[in-house]
Design a protein around this ligand. Structure first.
Ligand SMILES: NC(=O)c1ccc[n+]([C@@H]2O[C@H](COP(=O)([O-])OP(=O)(O)OC[C@H]3O[C@@H](n4cnc5c(N)ncnc54)[C@H](OP(=O)(O)O)[C@@H]3O)[C@@H](O)[C@H]2O)c1
Length: 385
């Protein structure tokens, strides 16, 4: 871990839809105080200056210009920071050189990637170097997958307290959701579909729950691909679009911690469907497919929320239940707060976290739950009856 640098955090991609919200969070919460030294970065200096003014950040907020294809500029940016928070995506198109620069310079890195084909490639190429230089590289630091990864961790802690042991089976259930998709997220989905069309091995990886745990393969996992009755929620449940990425991250989290949930741990994620209702899902903002740079309105973000349930079941059928509730829309309003505060948690509380390509909950555990409750409007509850 770098103990000092000119900046604690550089927000790279600050001109994009999500990056602007992340920069706004730093500006509003930490302002130009000396508590957090932060800067905004992107490929276009004029656009950066305009965004800085639009979000009301101090005119003294430093701006750094670097194109995602310019390895020398990325390296120079990394050398000025303890940590880079990047929302420059699709990551498989614009993200690889920055991971390489962070791994080489021992700079911490956080992103919002749900692109598992690219994440696996980055693990294969850069994990050894990140371990050597001490760079802590954290993927999926937004709605996918932090509330889900921490929800599983939280329900396992409840199981240990109430039942005296962890549980081999957890069901993640989306009980409520209000939110829509940005243009950058749509573009990332399209980039993954194009990669799968070019290379069939990508499809095998996308459907494999253990694609992010090279060298480890656990028990067979539920497919979660059809509507079915769920006696544990008392409702029907249906497929959930984020299960493929979240379940991969949760299995990697278990493996990186040394399999505390067991090497036969089984997890699935589905949405609860009440009689006569359509399954919950993300919609398109304004009812239309968004272009890069576009996303939900401020009102949509402020009125959004998510309500997740985690049911843990032991081998005797004993159950525990937890919930994770987030204010603001999941993908952007909540995600921007989660990403920014996870970076600060890593810098402040993560002194003993070694370098590597990590999963946020496995790296930071209870400290991250506490920080997100205090600073990112998340709440974790024990709902065991
Ligand atoms: N996991 C989650 O929960 C979650 C939530 C939200 C977003 N995301 C992901 O985050 C990413 C961003 O989404 P978004 O909606 O914010 O996208 P966006 O609005 O299109 O923003 C993309 C950003 O990347 C920058 N960029 C593009 N090409 C670049 C280059 N060659 N060099 C430097 N910067 C470049 C853009 O700069 P310009 O402004 O100059 O064009 C912009 O700042 C996507 O991959 C999305 O899937 C994930």
């Amino acid at each position: 871990m770098k103990s000092s640098a000119e900046f604690d955090v550089i927000v790279y991609g600050a001109t994009g839809y999500t990056g602007r919200l992340v920069a706004e969070h730093f500006s509003r919460t930490y302002g130009s105080s000396s508590e957090v030294k932060w800067a905004m970065a992107g490929r276009d200096g004029k656009k950066l200056a305009a965004v800085r003014d639009e979000i009301g950040a101090a005119s003294s907020t430093p701006l750094i210009v670097a194109d995602s294809d310019d390895a020398a500029a990325l390296r120079a940016m990394c050398e000025r920071a303890r940590c880079i928070v990047t929302t420059v995506g699709p990551y498989q198109l614009y993200g690889s050189k920055l991971v390489a620069a962070c791994a080489a310079t021992g700079t911490d890195y956080l992103n919002l990637s749900g692109e598992s084909n690219w994440m696996r490639a980055m693990i294969d190429y850069h994990e050894a170097e990140a371990k050597r230089t001490g760079a802590r590289i954290l993927f999926s630091c937004g709605f996918d997958s932090i509330p889900f990864e921490l929800g599983v961790m939280f329900v396992q802690d409840i199981a240990k307290r109430r039942l005296g042991h962890v549980v081999p089976r957890v069901k993640g259930r989306v009980r409520g959701l209000g939110g829509s998709l940005s243009g950058g997220t749509v573009a990332s989905g399209e980039a993954t579909r194009a990669a799968a069309a070019r290379d069939p091995s990508v499809i095998r990886l996308l459907v494999d729950p253990f694609a992010l745990t090279p060298g480890f393969r656990g028990a067979d996992q539920p497919r979660g691909d059809k509507v079915e009755d769920d006696p544990d929620t008392g409702t029907k449940v249906g497929p959930w679009m984020m299960m493929p990425i979240n379940s991969k991250n949760i299995h990697r989290s278990n493996v990186l911690m040394g399999n505390p949930y067991g090497s036969d741990f089984v997890y699935d994620e589905m949405v609860m469907v009440r009689d006569g209702e359509k399954p919950l899902e993300f919609t398109y903002a304004d009812g239309k497919v968004q272009k890069p740079g576009e996303g939900p309105s401020k009102e949509e973000r402020e009125n959004g929320f998510y309500d997740l349930v985690f049911i843990g079941i032991d081998r005797d059928g004993q159950k525990v239940q937890a919930s994770v509730y987030g204010k603001k829309d999941p993908g952007y309003g909540s995600t921007a707060m989660i990403l920014a505060e996870t970076a600060l948690c890593l810098l402040r509380d993560g002194g003993d976290v070694a370098g590597g390509i990590l999963v946020p909950g496995a790296a930071l555990g209870q400290k991250l739950i506490e920080r997100l409750q205090a600073r990112a409007q998340l709440s974790f509850k024990d709902e065991t009856r």
